[in-house]
Design a protein around this ligand. Structure first.
Ligand code: ATP
Ligand code: MG
Length: 573
């Protein structure tokens, strides 16, 4: 993680530290709601929150924002933890907003006692009718002027479960005429008789997001609460709640936590908003991702085509490339959609320097070198990396029976074709120049074999090796190659903005039918026993990873991470 990239949040923290705010301390948090898997957009927030804590010697909490019962699932909790760790971050504390339920409640009583909250009996529809619009002020609830004792009693009875769902709410008493609708006496608590996965049946009133979020930040001693732009209009409410509650000086509010052995030093955090990360050629709303999984349009949350972090991992994206990507994109208030190819570029940059090279043929055409004895067998030494000698060399077997890619031969070559043609020559990578003498076909006219002759004077190390031919192609030795299932993945959607439904089509209509193609290929024998998640460049084909779940020594399964070049840029020109 580099600390060289400057952006407005980094500058703000530097300024805060320079003026001694929070004693120079930096504490951030990443607060996911455990109701889905994390995606590449979340990674932006994770990189920012953990990154700032790291760069300023501070701490970052992972807080499950589980104040909304019924939607959450332990599967999501575990997946989120795995994903954050995979991205390369470790939290200072693992926390649940539901651990603060008692604190939220005490804060509610405090607001009531201060005359700043009241129990309102309006139905949801009435609340809406009283709220007003962007152009008209709202009207005061008839329950707004209840006296403090009545409010306290009703709030306690709400907690005790005496009222039906939706019968009453606790509302902040702010300003029904505020131009900011979020300040028109927003609900702080609602009644919901639903079991909560952490607190069970202990509660039947649940706090609203804005109220719970600012209190959670304060309780944990967060200094900088970094969130996405849609919360900008909520910031006045964030500040209002914390200004009234003064949590850092009112120890009674956090006493229930100390009683549970949770020792934290509360603070007065400040919220700052940045623009969400958006990528083209994908969707990132949780609702749509859940639909893709539930409707079987993809093979689960970790389908290598999914924009989820578990999908990116399975696809073979290095987590360092995702971190670099968001760091390069920077953090600002400017909303933009970034081209998916920029992310792929970061993946290629990362893999180009790190991945060892290997030979693989994914659409095999048999080739026989007729001027070598059939039992000829040798071992060639290949560099693992063209630019990095420290990656060493490996042995590659070579014999007269090979496979090449079917597309590296053309009986009737298109213009500019520099590979093998009848009677033509090509260099076999690391071997020498061969000439195609004979094309063998089956009864349907399909080419089933090429018979070639090797010019022995062009073998590596001999003076003739310098002889020029136009093309160099790769190959594998048929006798020693290992078969593998290779999954050729491409983008899940075939339009840049699958979210756009203005033409009546939805993202479901834009699924790319060629986003997953499974082929049987042959790999050089050194790939026989590589561990899952190891990544290679298959020369001339792209970067590939041994599948995290399906790859075994008895059944090799590789996923294409990314091609060597950006084929979309070409297609779009
Ligand atoms: P929803 O609230 O609709 O369930 P969400 O995407 O906001 O979805 P959360 O679990 O609430 O999901 O997100 C956790 C954190 O990640 C929030 O602070 C949110 O602002 C941030 N986040 C979510 N999506 C993005 C994104 N595309 N770019 C940057 N940050 C994001
Ligand atoms: Mg959210």
């Amino acid at each position: 993680m580099s600390d060289t990239v400057s952006h407005f949040i980094r500058s703000m923290i530097e300024t805060d530290r320079a003026r001694g705010a929070h004693g120079g301390r930096v504490a951030t948090r990443f607060p996911p709601e455990p109701n889905g898997y994390l995606h590449l957009g979340h990674a932006k927030s994770i990189c920012l929150n953990f990154g700032m804590a790291h760069d300023f010697g501070g701490s970052c909490n992972l807080r499950f924002d589980d104040t909304n019962p019924s939607k959450e699932d332990i599967e999501y909790v575990n997946a989120i933890k795995d994903d954050v760790r995979w991205l390369g971050f470790e939290w200072a504390n693992l926390l649940h907003a539901s651990d603060y339920f008692e604190v939220f409640y005490l804060c509610g009583e405090k607001l009531i006692r201060q005359g700043q909250a009241y129990v309102c009996d309006l139905s949801a529809d009435d609340v809406r009718a009283y709220r007003g619009t962007l152009t008209e002020p709202g009207r005061n609830s008839p329950f707004r002027d209840r006296d403090i004792d009545t409010n306290l009693e009703l709030f306690r009875r709400m907690r005790a479960g005496e009222f039906e769902d939706g019968a009453r709410t606790l509302r902040a008493r702010i300003d029904m005429a505020s131009p900011n609708i979020n300040l028109r006496d927003p609900a702080l608590y609602r009644i919901r008789k639903v079991r909560h996965q952490n607190t069970g049946d202990a509660w039947c009133i649940y706090p609203m997001y804005d109220y719970a979020h600012c209190i959670s930040d304060a309780v944990e001693g967060i200094t900088h609460s970094l969130c996405t732009l849609e919360f900008e209009d909520h910031r006045p409410l964030y500040d209002w709640c914390l200004d009234q509650l003064d949590i850092e000086h009112d120890l009674a509010l956090t006493e229930p936590l100390r009683a549970k052995g949770l020792h934290m030093t509360p603070s007065r955090p400040r919220q700052t908003e940045f623009a969400r990360g958006n990528l083209d050629y994908t969707v990132m709303s949780k609702r749509k991702l859940i639909a893709l999984v539930q409707e079987g349009l993809v093979d689960g949350w970790n389908d290598p085509r999914m924009p989820t972090l578990s999908g990116a991992r399975r696809r073979g994206f290095p987590s360092g490339a995702i971190r670099t990507f968001w760091e390069r994109m920077g953090y600002s208030k400017q909303v933009a959609t970034i081209e998916y190819s920029v992310l792929e570029g970061c993946v290629r940059d990362d893999l180009d320097s790190k991945a060892s090279r290997r030979l693989a043929v994914l659409d095999p055409l048999p080739v026989t070198i007729a001027n070598l004895p059939p039992d000829h067998c040798e071992t060639l030494s290949f560099a693992n990396h063209p630019k990095d000698p420290t990656k060493g060399t490996r042995e590659v077997s070579f014999s007269p029976r090979l496979y090449i890619e079917r597309e590296d031969f053309a009986e009737v070559p298109p213009k500019g074709f520099h590979r093998l043609v009848p009677g033509g020559e090509v260099r076999l990578r690391g071997v020498g120049i061969v000439r195609c003498d004979e094309v063998v076909k089956d009864s349907n006219g399909t080419v089933i074999e090429l018979r070639v002759s090797l010019d022995a004077s062009t073998r590596p190390g001999l003076p003739g090796a310098e002889r020029k031919v136009k093309g160099t192609i790769h190959w594998v030795c048929a006798a020693s190659a290992v078969p593998a299932e290779v999954r050729l993945y491409d983008r899940l959607f075939d339009v840049p903005n699958p979210d756009d439904d203005s033409d009546g089509k939805t993202y479901r209509d834009h699924l790319n039918p060629r986003s997953k193609i499974i082929v049987r290929g042959y790999l050089e024998s050194s790939l026989r026993d590589v561990p899952i998640e190891s990544r290679f460049q298959f020369e001339r084909l792209g970067y590939f990873v041994a599948d995290q779940f399906d790859h075994r020594m008895e059944r090799l399964v590789f996923n294409r991470i990314v091609t060597l070049r950006d084929s979309y840029a070409k297609a779009e020109k």
